[in-house]
Design a protein around this ligand. Sequence first.
Ligand SMILES: [Ca+2]
Length: 464
Amino acid sequence: MPTRSSTIAVLCLCASLPACSWSRFDDIRNESPVVRITNPGAIPGFGARLASARLDAGSVLLVGGQPNSASSLAQYSIADDRPASSPVDVGFCGQACVSGASLTPLLSAAPSGSTPPCFLFGAGDRAGARGLLGRCQDRVDFVYPVPGADPAHPQDVSPAELVDQALAGDLSQPLIQQAASADQQPLVAAVSSVSRRAWFYPPASSAFQLLPSPDAVATDQGEDFGAAVAVLALAGGDHLVAVSAPRIDDPSRNGHVWFYRIERATNQVSSWGCLPGDRSGFGLYLSAGQLVGDASDELLVTSIDSIQIYDGSVLAAQPLSDQCDAPLASADPHVASLSCVDSAAVVGCNRSPLSFGRSTAIGDLDGDGVNELVVGMPELDVDGVHGAGAVLVYHVDADPTRSSIVETDRLASPSNGDALGSAVATVRVGDRDVVAAGAPGAATVFLFYCSSLGGAGRNSFRCP
Ligand SMILES: [Ca+2]
């Protein structure tokens, strides 16, 4: 129990140090609603990337630093409201590795025989095998090979050449991006916007299969096919791979998203087609997850300053057309359109349209069985503190008029450039999900244990 004079001494110390703040001061308490995980050492930009995976008891959280570097990653085990602040595994990337833009959890073993969950975290070389690099809970490393030169387009840089160039130190081009479905038989898909190619790995396989390229890839240099990728798990076990061409360099043209349905029984592409966008930048980022309650995932398509959400089961029932300019043939799969919302203390949405939708996560923060959408916005100002960053939480409803922002998470007293929300993830703790938000400016990941949504979101000794 601090005496009054020692409390005053701490306050005075805080007032004299710009990096010191109320949130840091709060953390001196044992039961703060916000728990911090600090850089275990030598990970530049710690908190710039996050991914989580559920275990039978608790979750694991993988934390990375700045992409396009060889820096290590750190994995944490979080099982309750008193998480250990030290990692259970550090390393992952290191030698002969370049970390990618995103971290991808796989809920089943890859390769078979290892202990899930596993994570894909970058590209590189392991014992002479080059490709996407992954690591499992039991510290088994694995490699997913990537496509080489395309005989039909020998002038294009191939994904395999991109890996070679990155390992040689040339990071001037975006690396391969990958995504996986969040089911127990995850399908992994990968894209390269430089190679303008997309491919996938069937569940439990490290052998890639190329996805067909739209005709426009061969004839239209403005078709930036492969800018983003997402994988939806559908009811019944099929998967839907989404690959975007946002045409971001040409504001006069609408972006669009290509779809490929992969049959569970055959691992073949059974149909593919185009979802036409209605604006430039449509498909800048993609993600997927369960939001409106049925057994199929939803697709989240970010365009400049908004996230469009599509019902996966309606999309999958769509007779797909390869004509991007044709209207959709049957029921409208569109569920919701979300945008950044300023509040009294958190402002700056109109200054940072390109970042809305770059970092997203899905989880049930109040434990009512309905998932919320979590969006990180690292550029926002909080209480006048520039670039402090915040996390916006949305309820997404099958009724298009009922989707809305329901919560804004922020630090009680942040610092300039914390960039909270540069990455977000949700971590299962007990009967609800907790928001994890990276603040690379502070080299810290913050866990928000209490949600204003109530229910299980307040069921903790940490919640006042
Ligand atoms: Ca909920």
